[in-house]
Design a protein around this ligand. Structure first.
Ligand code: ADP
Length: 651
């Protein structure tokens, strides 16, 4: 059985759409095991094309090609890859070593795609030693001479113990001394039984072969055997097993390679990582701030107490005419008494408020004052932490007592106990009798930054007002809220003898509704922030795609080489995917750190309630991996589908 048998093989290239170039015209050829064939001919005669087809790097257009007795025309890309890694070895004019790897790693490259025993690895190391590279194993390929590089390439071609070695102008880039050494090496290999097919245009090198085939215009014109063949048999094929494309070891290997490739292009890697970083950081920070805002709304609402209605007078304008704006309704203590009488109303607390300057010893603090009655404690869930609230008697007597919020207590008294201390509120001396429970800040408003005094004291001593601003009405039964809400307006209308138009100024708001409205707003706000952040992540992803496309282009040659060494399409695809995922994971991790930092700064500097949740971290991380996959897939697929010969020819 012949090792290789071509029958009427043709190959046509098309320049543009309709300019055919017949590179091979009906070439028939038989190569026996153990031959050393030199293919010669003028430039453009089809030598490289023939070699590429023989080496399964390119596909013939028509004809028959039997390799080891089996027709290979019509096999798939992956079947070609398997055949290449099992039976064929390649040596190129430009050596094609990977600059990121050292000599030994380059020679072991085929084992990325086939299972190798330690014995196989030792064999390759021994070959390197035998061809004089024993002391160069750890050198990078750019640290050794051209002749040495080509020897590494020969060792690499031998790694899988191939049946045939295809060499395309293997000495084309070498000085004559190195060239002779390389030819000597090939002859030695041939003597040991490896079949060699070599393209060369140098007659004296071709003379070293056992058979010279000359091509011209895609046709074999001469075929001379110079020596009778030693009776070589087809070697027992080394039955390398294919490596699984996706295994922990191979992914780890690709990640390592990807890492080296990122290191090789630091600035570019940094920029693409930055793209993802910004996106992920934005997602984390936005979600943290959004979740925090929601939390504080909920907290504020809970601290307000439940089943609440708020009665206030709005300053809404009536009609179109600007002149006819009506003055606000001035609530009185009669309103308070009347509201309390409505069925199902359990408590009513009246409110007035204003800004005041509070002084204690030498500390000065500007805060808001609120005047109310003891019902406030129940209505607003505000029973003092320390000390006590004021009593009805103190309201009646306009007592100068104050219950202060946590923030005020800290600002004025630091760590010392404020109870019983004297403070001056707008120059009037008050005694602190209690400290309000902590309510936390809700976005822009800090509920702990206030002092609460009897309503009469606030109205007549501090603010100089003789009316009540608003009421908080507590309803004893949640189901009665609507009924109470409906009853309030008529009661007030009757007391004040108001017209229907004036009554429109009185507003009764349901806290549960407000809570829902506010939560809706916060949810919308969070979604919006998240969407903006996602857009920036998308932009980062497009950046990655861009970089990966450049990377694929730059490494087209390498892709060709890897395919020649037996990489299947999915091996190439996974390699590039791993690389883009690695970029995204790095960007993702850094983004999570920086996003958390932003949230932390927002919390500690601006006092916002920002919450980085575990789920948002997982989400951002998953998102960045996904971005890497999605935006890496197209470039990776482009890389994978290249024909090996196209990739190798790519300049
Ligand atoms: P040689 O190796 O003998 O110099 P080639 O096999 O490279 O010759 O090329 C044979 C013919 O095919 C030449 O005319 C060349 O221009 C043409 N050719 C080779 N590759 C391509 C290609 N990818 N696209 C178009 N024409 C090609």
């Amino acid at each position: 059985m012949a090792l290789i048998e071509l029958d009427k093989v043709t190959k046509t290239y098309y320049i543009g759409k309709d300019l055919p170039v017949q590179a091979l015209r009906s070439v028939s050829l038989k190569i026996e095991p153990g031959e050393f064939v030199a293919i010669m001919g003028p430039s453009g005669s089809g030598k490289s094309t023939l070699l590429a087809i023989l080496g399964l790097l390119d596909k013939a257009e028509s004809g028959r090609y039997d390799l080891l007795g089996k027709n290979v025309i019509g096999l798939s890309d992956n079947e070609y890859a398997v055949l290449r890694s099992r039976y064929l070895g390649f040596i190129f004019q430009t050596f094609n070593l990977l600059p990121r790897f050292n000599v030994l790693e380059n020679a072991l490259l085929p084992f990325l795609y086939t299972e190798a025993t330690p014995h196989d690895q030792q064999r390759v190391t021994d070959i390197l030693r035998k061809i004089g590279l024993g002391d160069r194993l750890k050198h990078r390929s750019n640290e050794i001479s051209g002749g040495q590089q080509q020897r590494v390439a020969i060792a690499r071609a031998l790694a899988n113990s191939p049946q045939v070695i295809f060499a395309d102008e293997p000495t084309g880039n070498l000085d004559s001394k190195s060239a002779l050494e390389i030819i000597g090496l090939l002859k030695e290999l041939n003597a040991q039984g490896t079949t060699i097919v070599m393209v060369t245009h140098e007659r004296d090198l071709a003379e070293e072969a056992s058979r010279i085939i000359t091509l011209k215009d895609g046709v074999i014109v001469t075929d001379e055997r110079k020596r009778t063949l030693p009776a070589a048999a087809i070697k027992e094929a080394a039955r390398q097993k294919r490596k699984a494309s996706i295994s922990v070891a191979s992914l780890f290997n690709y990640a390592h390679e990807a890492f080296l490739s990122l290191l090789a292009n630091k600035l570019r890697s940094l920029l693409s990582i930055l793209g993802v970083l910004i996106g992920v950081a934005a997602v984390i920070a936005m979600l943290a701030i959004g979740t925090g805002a929601k939390k504080s709304v909920e907290q504020t609402m809970a601290s307000m107490g439940s089943n609440l209605l708020m009665v206030s007078a709005s300053y809404r304008q009536q009609g179109i005419s600007l002149g006819s704006s009506s003055s606000p309704t001035r609530f009185t203590f009669d309103d308070l008494a009347a509201l309390k009488k409505i069925e199902n109303v359990s408590r009513v607390s009246p409110n007035v408020s204003g800004r005041v300057q509070v002084v204690a010893q030498n500390k000065n603090w500007n805060t808001s004052v609120m005047g109310t009655t003891p019902d406030f404690q129940s209505v607003r869930n505000s029973i003092p932490d320390r000390g006590r609230f004021f009593t009805e008697e103190e309201v009646t007597s306009r007592a100068k007592v104050a219950v202060i919020g946590k923030t005020v207590a800290t600002e004025l008294f630091g760590d010392s106990d404020p109870i019983g201390q004297s403070v001056r509120v707008n120059r009037i001396s008050f005694t602190v009798i209690g400290v309000l429970p902590e309510k936390g800040s809700s976005g822009f408003q800090n509920s702990d930054d206030r002092i609460v005094v009897p309503i009469t004291t606030a109205m007549y001593r501090l603010l100089g007002e003789d009316y009540i601003r608003s009421f908080d009405v507590q309803v004893d039964d949640p189901d009665a809220i609507a009924a109470v809400q409906a009853a309030i307006i008529p009661v007030i209308g009757k007391l004040h003898r108001m017209t229907d138009a004036q009554l429109e100024n009185v507003e009764v708001r349901n806290m549960a509704e407000m809570q829902k409205a506010l939560t809706d707003v916060v949810n919308t706000f969070t979604t919006l922030l998240g969407a903006i952040a996602a857009v920036s992540l998308l932009v980062g992803g497009i950046g990655i795609m861009n970089i990966m496309l450049v990377l694929v282009m730059e490494r087209t040659h390498e892709i060709g080489l890897r395919k020649a060494l037996g990489a299947e399409n999915r091996d190439i695809m996974i390699q590039f995917l791993v690389e883009s995922v690695l970029i995204c994971v790095l960007g993702g991790v850094l983004g999570i750190l920086i996003g958390s930092l932003i949230a932390w700064i927002a919390a500690s500097v601006f006092g916002w309630n920002a919450l980085v949740s575990f789920s948002s971290i997982m989400l951002a991380f998953a998102f960045s991996v996904l971005v890497g996959m999605i935006f890496g897939i197209w470039p990776a697929w482009r890389a994978a589908k290249l024909l090996p010969i196209e990739a190798l020819r790519y300049e």
